[in-house]
Design a protein around this ligand. Sequence first.
Ligand code: ZN
Length: 443
Amino acid sequence: MRARAMVVLALLLPASITAVAADDILPWQTDSTEQKPAPAARKQPPAAPAKAPEPKPADAKSNAAAAAAAPAQPSGAKATAATTGADAKPAASKQAPAAPAAAAAATIETSAAPAAPKPAAGAAPDAAKTAAKAPDPVPAKKLFGAAKVAARMTPKAIGTYAKGCLAGGEALPTDGPAWQAMRLSRNRNWAHPVLVAMLERFATEMKDKESWPGLLIGDLSQPRGGPMLTGHKSHQVGLDADIWFKPMPSRTLSKPERETFEPLLLAKDNGSEVIKENWNDGFARLVKRVADYPEVERIFVHPAIKKKFCEVSGPDKAWLAKVRPMWLHNYHFHVRISCPAGSGSCEKQKATTGEDGCGKEVDDWIKLVSRPAKPVTPAPKPTVPVKPPPPAPVLTLEKLPPECRQVLAAAPDGIAPPPPVAIAHKPAAPPPAKPQQKKTAEQ
Ligand SMILES: [Zn+2]
């Protein structure tokens, strides 16, 4: 059901947006467990925006006090899940949706290995047996999701942000002088040492120079990076970090509290403007400081937040070139750093344009996230049986850079990689009959 909904959504969106799927997560890829405050507080993803109008906050004051102090504590607005983001332009292209992007979306959502395909009617019994025997490919997320500690190797980000792994990961301490890590049960406070150092510096500088109470830090990566069982499409190479907008409380949160603590929601998923009672211009200082670090390449925020940054930032808007609008980043901002030195197989992302994106670009994004959902009309019942779509391809270890096998297997507590799927799936017999052999459903 969900998979079907995702495909429908992918088809409804312009190709320029569906193309984002190749790089990062989109609303229909959101996993319900990503950084959610508590199950009761969940809402639907923005792909099916609520009809309710934006709240019209009566309180339009706030901005003056903001520049001086850290933001106020939350007003109780509930946050929804958010995901990682990637760079993409929301230009309202009328092109037909790209089928591969829809397939990519489905790939990420695959939560279990697909069943072996059923043989077509009339297929030879041998072929049926072969299909039944073929082992299910092991999703790479199951392998990397099982790693409890980092691979003892020279630190290295390997592959792309959304298809890679991490050697020599370092854990961000769960508590520091100016930060607390959240959702500890996920074991995602691991990153490349360059990112860990940057986060520590950022938190302490905000505290010392901006009187910020401290940072609440969400997901970084798994101990060995790689795809995750839930949430995030990126965060795979130890170079991505989610940081909550909500300032750190003055007390140390207990472990259970860190699982359920409510974030501060700055915009509704489909909101065209920030939630005024939760807003403080201090958020612009927070994001500007990290944007000014040379190693930071991109920062993803909800389009309404980007728009607000544009409004409050004054004439210096250069830093906003790194601040990219992206779905759902409405209670946290996602900081992405560039490939560090010594990570030769880390694939660079395309550079940003250097434009601040404060005009048409952010306006287009806002139109996109705030537009009402199109009603999905059910397809007419087919009169003849329709062949079901093939199962979504599984992101296996073979699809990650080859070095990720070593990362997975490395001490301590390495995980033995499964045999390559391509070999396991090859039927044992018969020599190809040429030239009439046709492709069959099994292929
Ligand atoms: Zn993220």
